[in-house]
Design a binder for this molecule. Structure first.
Ligand code: PMT
Length: 400
């Protein structure tokens, strides 16, 4: 559970996306958070307070003149007791009021009275979103360190298409979890490779491997959570892109090499998680190879460039981290790769059940020897790896 012990104050304003906030409350509770809901009067026209009371297990606040609240101080108590105030959906009207310090109902009053971070997930018609007044208000809010989540683009309730949709509850959850992670790589640039590469033999066949991309995508997410600007160059995988991560899809090792090399020199960290094919067919047939009774074809292979070794050999390389997946002799092979590629840190994983699992067991090898990380979900391990990388950026010889 990612939000155990966290107290979330959830504000809901009037908009059709308010129905999605019911799912959001369910997701937050499932991750161990406690949720206290405040709704604007307009929000109650879209979804009833009873729904949120049932899902959160807490009374829902709407009226600032509610005499049932101790000392009539709901607006003060609300934020004093919360780790974060999240308003989803946040209407154009609500954002305008908050940007200008207006407090004329319970939700705007407790927003002004808060002493915790404010995250807002805007939801409105595309014209309202692009209106200069809304854009001015958003700029003001960003300047006031309000965290603005989205909006997304797509089909709107009114039938129009454009920017202004509230991002999905799962995405809001991901942003909230990220918000609570320590910002160990704030403003650092991190480049990551992930997944397999596919080396074509002909238009329908090729050489590849079973990397799912999960480990690399988890590291991209963890780096973003830690405040880094993350670019993820990935081979053919079907993983969802972590929020805030710039994704570049490639197919072959040569394409991955080109995308990495044009960016590597400006990065602070490079992490090679991809299972890059060491070889590719020398000749790629333009047509599908046919069975015509002659002996089976022989595919001649040529070596692919070693992306990680080339990045590490740049005149001023980023901090380079490699991965080694082995079926035996992990320590020996991983250390050998670390020395051959001249990189400070390599992450070894034993491949017992093939690629693609949800969990992994990692051992970090660096100048200080080895540091085993207990078996855990890939995101958890990714966060531990990011913590180690942050330490090495500060002090390349820091002990484990
Ligand atoms: O994607 P998943 O299913 O979650 O699985 C994750 C993983 C097992 C693929 C991952 O954790 C992993 O171990 N990746 C590296 C696999 C490997 O053993 O690669 P390698 O020995 O071929 O290469 C060693 C290092 O050099 C790696 O960092 C690799 O990205 C890099 N390399 C290798 C060859 C090449 N031509 N260019 C490279 O950059």
């Amino acid at each position: 559970m990612e939000l155990t012990g966290k107290r979330i104050a959830l504000g809901i304003t009037g908009g059709i996306a308010a129905y999605k906030s019911a799912e959001l409350v369910r997701l937050l509770i499932k991750q161990g958070a406690s949720v206290q809901v405040a709704m604007t009067e307009a929000a109650t026209h879209f979804i009833t307070p009873t729904t949120f009371q049932a899902l959160s297990g807490n009374r829902v606040f709407i009226d600032q003149w509610d005499t049932n609240v101790a000392n009539s101080m709901a607006h003060i108590n609300f934020s004093r007791e919360a780790d974060v105030l999240l308003v989803a959906p946040a209407s154009a009207n609500f954002l305008a009021k908050v940007a200008n310090g207006i407090a004329d109902d319970l939700l705007t009053t407790l927003t002004l009275a808060r002493d915790c971070p404010l995250l807002v997930a805007p939801a409105m018609n595309r014209q309202m979103w692009s209106n200069p007044a809304t854009q001015r208000n958003i700029a003001t809010l960003l300047g006031d360190e309000v965290i603005v989540l989205g909006p997304a683009s797509g089909e709107q309730a009114c039938g129009e298409i454009g920017d202004g949709r509230m991002i999905e509850p799962e995405e809001i959850l991901e942003e909230l979890i990220a918000h609570f992670q320590p910002k160990l790589l704030k403003d650092k640039k991190v480049l990551i490779t992930a997944g397999p590469t596919f080396e074509a033999i002909d238009p329908v066949r090729g050489v590849t491997n079973l990397s799912s991309g999960k480990m690399g995508f988890a590291i991209a997410r963890a780096a973003h959570e830690a405040g880094a600007q993350v670019t993820l160059v990935c081979g053919p995988v079907s993983q969802p892109t972590p929020r805030g991560v710039k994704r570049i899809d490639v197919t072959s090792a040569l394409e991955m090499h080109a995308e990495v090399m044009q960016r590597a020199a400006t990065q602070d960290v490079f992490i090679g998680v991809a299972a890059v094919a060491d070889y590719r067919p020398r000749i790629v047939s333009g047509q599908k190879t046919k069975k015509d009774g002659s002996p089976p074809p022989v595919v001649e292979l040529v070596q692919n460039p070693d992306i990680l070794a080339e990045v590490a050999a740049l005149p001023e390389p980023p901090l380079c981290v490699g991965f080694a997946a082995e079926t035996q002799n992990l320590a020996e092979y991983a250390e050998k790769k670390r020395r051959a590629k001249k990189i400070p840190l390599i992450v070894g994983n034993l491949i017992q059940d093939g690629f693609g699992g949800e969990e992994n067991t990692l051992i970090l090898f660096d100048d200080n020897g080895q540091q085993p990380l207990a078996p855990a979900p890939k995101l958890e391990l990714a966060r531990q790896l990011i913590a180690r990388i942050a330490t090495l950026l500060e002090n390349p010889y820091a002990p484990h």
